[in-house]
Design a protein around this ligand. Structure first.
Ligand SMILES: Nc1ncnc2c1ncn2[C@@H]1O[C@H](COP(=O)(O)OP(=O)(O)O)[C@@H](O)[C@H]1O
Ligand SMILES: [Mg+2]
Length: 390
């Protein structure tokens, strides 16, 4: 991690819990916050008094109906959600699940039809100004910005929306350009940036007011693997630089939610189906032991194995049987056992038939397995995977 990155992501304007001793908080002087630091009377009480802090997000009975023809669309159908200050929380669900609608309500862009939502104790209907000061949002696939401006002008312009002075605006702009690694592009027109570079600029824009909570709506949508990884690293680094920073991320990429989020809510059709850490969610579906066995050959086929005690099922892995791996024939079997102890008998039976075990790996359940169990269908089934809704 570069010093540039840490100082840029760490130059705090107003944070829920300023610290001086984190290895990353080397910012020598706080960035002046004229006009966009929550004033004492609007800041959550904990920020000034150390009193018990409100949760970052508190949602109760939230419904949102879009009144469209021929019939209204229920985008959120009774959501209850608590996210603690400092959490990295994920909303995982297929396209159309209601993720963007929820983010729009929390960022005060859309009113609830029913129910309440609070951000750091501020009500989304009645305390919009306070919320806007302490949060920011970055959405994937955003064509944001003015193509004719160069990166540096574009970001500076946003500092002016936050009421920073001319000088502080430039300083904050340059800090963040460095932090997200856009030094080489800073004099380039926004319209000429690659998708990954534009998304880095959008992230820098989202950090200009040093938000307490950052809403990320599919931030890696449409990015290639390397650019997506780079975005995720920047997000994690920004979050880690100051304790108390909170992230609410939506994604339909299960691996991304698994990698980044401390807790995840799985959403579908406007409802939360399950909430928990990725590990806890995956444990729900791990009732049996699943192994993947690679053999040089298997006399009698997988059917032979499924007759052994403790074996729930044995089947040739899809498309793998007889496939050639580094010049040798390999048979790949997916083995579902009642528990790990049945493995001994299987290994014995294979040896007795002259099969050589070339590889053996326990398969861990994925969030996809969790989703299938909850919803009864695959995650992407029937959903165009790259379509942006909302
Ligand atoms: N402005 C709108 N007007 C009508 N329906 C909408 C609007 N925005 C979203 N929807 C519908 O609401 C549902 C939830 O959409 P959205 O919140 O964008 O889901 P997600 O972000 O999870 O893909 C979908 O059925 C979508 O078609
Ligand atoms: Mg969306």
């Amino acid at each position: 991690m570069s010093a540039d990155l840490s100082s840029g992501l760490n130059a705090t304007v107003a944070t829920p819990a300023p610290v001086s001793d984190s290895g990353l908080s080397a910012a020598p002087e706080p960035v002046p916050a004229a006009g966009h630091e929550p004033s004492p009377e609007t800041a959550p009480s904990h920020a000034t008094t150390g009193a018990q802090e409100p949760p970052a997000i508190e949602v109760r009975g939230l419904r949102r109906v879009y009144k469209v023809k021929p019939k209204p669309v229920v985008a959120l159908d009774g959501i209850d959600l608590d996210v603690a200050s400092g959490e990295f929380f994920g909303l995982l669900g297929p396209n159309g699940a209601g993720k963007t609608t929820l983010i729009k309500i929390l960022t005060t862009l859309l009113l609830p039809s029913e129910g309440t939502a609070k951000v750091f104790g501020f009500d989304v209907e009645h305390e919009t100004a306070q919320i806007r000061r302490i949060m920011n949002m970055v959405a994937g696939g955003e064509q944001s910005g003015y193509g004719i401006l160069v990166v540096r002008e574009q970001l500076w312009m946003f500092t002016q929306f936050y009421g920073m002075s001319n000088k502080d605006g430039w300083r904050r702009t340059d800090e963040l350009i460095e932090a997200v690694g856009l030094q080489e592009q800073k004099h380039q027109r926004v319209s000429t940036l690659s998708t990954g570079q534009r998304q880095k600029m959008n992230l820098a824009r989202g950090l200009l007011n040093d938000p307490w909570i950052l809403f990320l709506d599919e931030p890696t949508l449409g990015l290639d693997v390397a650019a997506a990884r780079s975005m995720r690293e920047l997000i994690v680094e920004w979050k880690a630089a100051v304790p108390g920073r909170t992230v609410l991320l939506t994604t339909h990429y299960m691996a991304e939610a698994d990698e980044l989020c401390e807790r995840i809510a799985i959403v579908d059709h406007g409802k939360i189906l399950a909430i928990g850490s990725p590990e806890a969610l995956k444990r729900r579906v791990q009732r049996e032991s699943i192994f993947r066995v690679e053999l040089d050959q298997l006399e009698g086929g997988a059917a032979m194995l499924s007759k052994l005690p403790g074996v729930v099922s044995a089947s040739a892995a899809a498309g793998a049987e007889g496939s050639e791996v580094s010049d040798r024939q390999v048979v790949v079997i997916n083995l579902v056992l009642e528990d790990d102890s049945a493995l001994g008998d299987v290994v014995g039976a294979l040896a007795a038939r002259g099969s050589q075990i070339l590889g053996l790996r326990k398969s861990e359940p994925t969030l996809e397995d969790v989703f299938v169990e909850l919803v009864g269908r695959g995650f992407e089934e029937g959903e165009p995977s790259e379509q942006v809704t909302g």
